[in-house]
Design a protein around this ligand. Sequence first.
Ligand code: ADP
Ligand code: MG
Length: 486
Amino acid sequence: MDKYKVLIGLEMHCEISETKTKVFSGAENSYKEQANSNIRPVDMAFPGTLPVVNKEAVRLSLMASMILNCTQPEYLYFERKNYYYPDLPKGFQITQETKPAPIGSYGSLTFECNGEEKTVRINNLHLEEDAASSDHFNEGSRIDYNRAGVPLLELVTEPDLRSADEAVAFLETMRSIYQYAGISEADSKKGQVRCDVNVSLMEKDKDETDPNNWGTKIEIKNVNSFGGVRDAINYEIERQLDLIEDGKYDEMPQQTRRWDEESGTTKFMRSKVDAIDYKYFVEPNIPKIKLSKEWLEEIRKQIPRLPNQRKKEYIDEYGISNYDATILVKEKNVSDFYEETIKLGADPKSASNWITTNLLGSLNKLDITMEEMTLTPAKLAELIELSSSNKISSKQAKEVFADILTSGKTPKEIVKEKGMEQMSDTEEIVRIANEVLDENPDVIEQYKKGRTNVVDYLTGQIMKKTRGTANPTIARSTMALEIEKR
Ligand code: ADP
Ligand code: MG
């Protein structure tokens, strides 16, 4: 590998999950329910049916286009990509090729990978419809058309990524942008995110701005998890290095392969000579739509605070470390939980500590999600208040925390139930301190002879009398004052 570097370009498909209906039909944008129950005639391209563009899908796509610093087109066009496959009942997919301009062209995204900033150029972003999904069984395959027509955003990067780590960091950043911007849940487990990964090698010392120096592009289709993307890239780098070693790299044809999860290898699908001619043409059933400057401006203003911005605020305004702030913004629901807790009056640093060190670790250990726990921002704020006002010790606070995570009770209820409430009533502590002093005249004598450490012993007596509920700091300072008066 010393002599070579790897060039990686990604095509990331992400379903837009946050529209009510599909991109060109009135069927619900959801395919959770029974197979083939969520289809309209237009999804199947029945004669006489016409597509209607979903405005919300366009709005969300334009927002993504702006976030990625892309140029937005003056007019919105769609095109037909013609091919036949059982999961494509129409015989064509409505999509956007680069001519005329898609919803986003020539942008960039800056993200962090292993502590370093990296910028990747975006070639284009386009809006299209998803195909149906097929399940394969021993006795044959079944197709569920519920997914046909779900809005899908495809993002194409330039081959600027240089390692599997960078590719995964890019995808994670995109996923969180989609979530924060309310565009998509971007959940790979639900099949909402799928990637085509392009990998080639080139000699390290050659000029990478000249495509003539790039190696032959290998495209790996339909990798549906980020772990799969990492493994597929690393496998492909090794496979291509072996070809170079055997002197066979230059003869390798440009080809499409697929990632085989089970064997952890990529398998040959087709070579470029067998490439399908999609016979693109402008979709005649959708008129070109003018995107007004006013609407674009309105959308730009609607872009919500994104993870990078939130992270910067946590660092600058709350004094949170870069490390902790990164953890807090990684998932939107964690960041929202954090902000809600602060809104309820909790100290930002304490709230960050509780979330990054206790909450996330506990969820991992218990193997439950944020949605499944019973802890709410209000309960965490209450716990922080009980602890910072010394009503309970920090050790007790941890005990209460473990309880409120899953029990449904409030911190105050637990403190009461367990008799944890610390006695911070100074008058009462003064009274008990004097009781202790009255009972120990000989100890007072020792104190007067200079053995000041007896204060610790006498403080211990206060703790004993209060069965550990006295606030230890207040008990000690009270004892130190009261013994002086004797
Ligand atoms: P095609 O016309 O075969 O679809 P594109 O030029 O559209 O190819 O590129 C598709 C993807 O492949 C893009 O993400 C691009 O960055 C990437 N890509 C192109 N050439 C290479 C290469 N030599 N090595 C790695 N990725 C590449
Ligand atoms: Mg392409």
